[in-house]
Write a protein that binds this ligand. Structure first.
Ligand code: ATP
Length: 266
């Protein structure tokens, strides 16, 4: 097992936001976490890398390759984050510093993780750009010179650069148009095959779940209401909330969200 989350709760001073959630991600699988907005998916994923906002506390256990991440110091966690466990975010713009070139982003990432030879760092970065279908000419450019899709490709290249065991992908297609979004996921799937990493994939889009996930967990109001293999969940959902979500996905279920009337074509 790559990741075992066991009875993890996340709370602020005022309230419990994530309530005793358990799930496990196996080596090399694509695990989708779906559910209503505000159900706690992003916070749960942030807790894995000790990236929660300072006002929130996590308790329970998060075993990653047999190490309890919640018990690590921030220095120990820094060594794991980026190297064995990496993130790709929806807000790819925010992942880049505007006045640093793409090469400087790659370079800093690798220096942080101890690759001391400048030549090796450059070779690795250029290979990584190629692996995500980008022209090596982009290496010397600034983030603003790249399109959203290109930047998200660079994010994937960086996230997978050091062959992590787990990649956490949080709504990575939301800021892209639908064609670019599909291309990005096809690319992520290709890179997953090549590197063998597991992916924890947070999404609202059931089309992506159907196409890529192996297993699914459905979250509602801070709890997992149902989890299981993709086909079991999609074809035989047990929980009323899962049924509603699938029904509400126009390309998967038969109809529109409950209470939404069909518009007749004129
Ligand atoms: N720093 C914080 N302090 C207090 N509450 C917070 C904080 N950050 C997020 N929340 C609340 O926690 C809840 C869960 O947020 P989270 O971002 O994990 O939801 P989500 O399921 O990822 O939603 P979405 O699908 O819209 O991204 C939300 O109600 C959010 O407002």
């Amino acid at each position: 097992m790559t990741l075992s989350i066991d009875r993890v709760s996340i709370s602020s001073q005022k309230q419990k936001i994530v309530d005793e959630v358990s799930l496990s991600v196996r080596g090399g699988e694509w695990y989708a976490l779906v559910g209503q907005s505000g159900s706690g998916k992003s916070l749960l994923s942030q807790a894995i890398g000790q990236m929660l906002p300072a006002n929130l506390q996590a308790e329970g256990s998060i075993l990653f390759k047999e190490q309890d991440l919640l018990s690590l110091s921030s220095k120990q966690m820094q060594k794991i984050r980026g190297k064995k466990l990496s993130y790709i975010f929806q807000d790819y713009q925010g992942s880049f510093t505007p006045f640093r070139t793409i090469s400087q982003h790659f370079d800093e990432y690798m220096r942080t993780h101890g690759l001391s030879s400048a030549k090796t760092r450059e070779e690795k970065a250029l290979d990584a750009l190629e692996s995500v279908g980008l022209d090596q000419a982009l290496y010397r450019q600034y983030p603003f010179q790249l399109s959203g899709g290109q930047l998200q490709r660079v994010s994937i290249a960086i996230a997978l650069l050091l062959c992590p065991d787990l990649v956490i992908a949080d709504e990575v297609t939301t800021a892209l148009d639908s064609v670019s979004g599909h291309r990005i996921l096809a690319l992520l799937a290709k890179r997953q095959k090549e590197t063998g990493c597991a992916i924890l994939f947070i999404t609202h889009d059931w089309r992506h779940v159907r196409r890529y996930a192996n297993r699914i967990a459905v979250m509602k109001a801070g709890k997992i209401v149902e989890s299981g293999g993709k086909h079991r969940i999609l074809d035989h959902p047990r929980h009323e909330y899962t049924k509603q979500l699938i029904q509400a996905a126009p390309t998967l279920g038969q109809g529109l969200p409950l209470g939404v009337k069909k518009v007749e074509k004129t």
